[in-house]
Design a protein around this ligand. Structure first.
Ligand code: PHE
Length: 355
């Protein structure tokens, strides 16, 4: 057999063998190994064609053509198989991620809104009708906003009265004890006139039937030229009338807060006995006819100084109210703890449907 004949015979065998091997390929990885072993630099076809060195120049083109034909055949077959494999892989992926759109949805545990949420919505609706904008502040607050800028420096006795939660390792960071720090944040980021309300959670280390370590407040702040206490009482009266859907007297009882001067407690006529004398005395107001719902006052000039607002040009009022207290008065719930136990029987008694 001449060198050419023997090389052509080897090529023929190689073609046959490689064709047979196609059947055993099961994945893209197999296919890649196949490509390397037959067509790679040290692959069988390349090695066989090295024999061409022994051929005469006239014989070489013949062997070369045959080699190319086999290479192209293998390459196109590889490309074809590759396509089938990747289609299959895509198909598998789609299959694995398939979602059954006919599957019945999971039933929600509660379809009732929490009464605290309902009260917030009501109050925000009322205040927004009066032109107040809603501001949100952080619950983890710096002492500067929670105390210092509100005229409560570390030496101030009022600071010790609030049972503050401090953050371990950061002695100047607290869980806010009231929503009043949002007053400071708003006055630092906006110029008067300001009309804002700030709803949110607040924290104090206290727990019994009338105190929870976490509760909710809404803060109000109104700053403009010539604001007086009459405006404060007017806004509070509108709020009370709209919220309780009935006319209830509002009384401002002299009090003290470091960040307002003068300061007052906000009392409303008891919504249960309406202040009418009763025998036996009303359980809610204990026969006093009045119920306290929050604190308020005219913004103290010291606070204006801390936020660089000119107290000669502007004046303003601020108020803060307890949301649980307002909710209790509207729905007649007397143990605060009911609000936080997540008992559906409690919530569904009076809560509205979630919108
Ligand atoms: N921040 C006060 C409190 O939590 C309430 C308050 C707000 C009083 C605004 C006056 C003005 O007790």
């Amino acid at each position: 057999m001449s060198n050419l004949e023997s090389l052509l015979a080897s090529l023929q065998k190689l073609e046959q063998d490689s064709q047979n091997e196609f059947q055993n390929l099961a994945s893209i990885t197999d296919l890649e190994a196949f490509r390397v072993s037959w067509l790679g630099k040290k692959g069988q076809l390349t090695m066989t064609l090295k024999e061409m060195g022994k051929l005469t120049p006239e014989e070489r083109p013949k062997a070369g053509q045959e080699g190319n034909r086999i290479r192209q055949g293998l390459e196109s077959k590889i490309a074809e198989i590759e396509k089938t494999f990747s289609n299959k892989e895509l198909q598998n992926k789609i299959e694995a991620e398939r979602i059954d759109v006919t599957l019945k949805g999971r039933e929600r545990v509660s379809r009732k809104e929490h009464p605290v949420r309902t009260t917030y919505d009501e109050l925000l609706r009322i205040f927004s009708k009066c032109g107040f904008e809603c501001e949100i502040g952080p619950e983890v607050e710096h002492e500067f906003f929670n105390f210092d800028a509100l005229n409560m420096p570390a030496s101030h006795p009022a600071r010790a009265l609030q049972d503050t939660f401090y953050i371990k390792g950061s002695p100047d960071v607290v869980l806010r004890t009231h929503t009043s720090p949002v007053q400071i944040r708003t006055m630092l980021s906006q110029k008067p006139p300001i009309r804002m309300v700030a709803p949110g959670r607040v924290y104090r280390a206290d727990y019994d039937a009338t105190h929870s370590p976490m509760f909710h407040q809404i803060e109000g702040l109104f700053i403009d030229t010539d604001v007086q206490m009459g405006h404060l009482k007017g806004i509070l009266s509108v709020m009370v009338k709209e919220f309780f859907k009935t006319e209830l007297k509002v009384r401002l009882r002299p009090s003290f807060f470091p960040f307002t001067e003068p300061s007052a407690e906000i009392d409303i006529a008891c919504p249960f006995c309406k202040g009418e004398t009763q025998n036996p005395p009303c359980k809610t107001c204990k026969g006093t006819s009045w119920i306290e719902i929050g604190g308020c006052g005219m913004v103290d000039p010291e606070v204006f100084k801390a936020v660089e607002i000119d107290p000669h040009k502007y004046s303003g009022f601020a108020f803060g109210m307890g949301i649980e207290r307002m909710t209790m008065l509207k729905y007649g719930v007397n143990d605060l703890r009911n609000y936080y136990e997540g008992d559906q029987n409690f919530i569904s008694q009076f809560a509205r449907w979630k919108p």
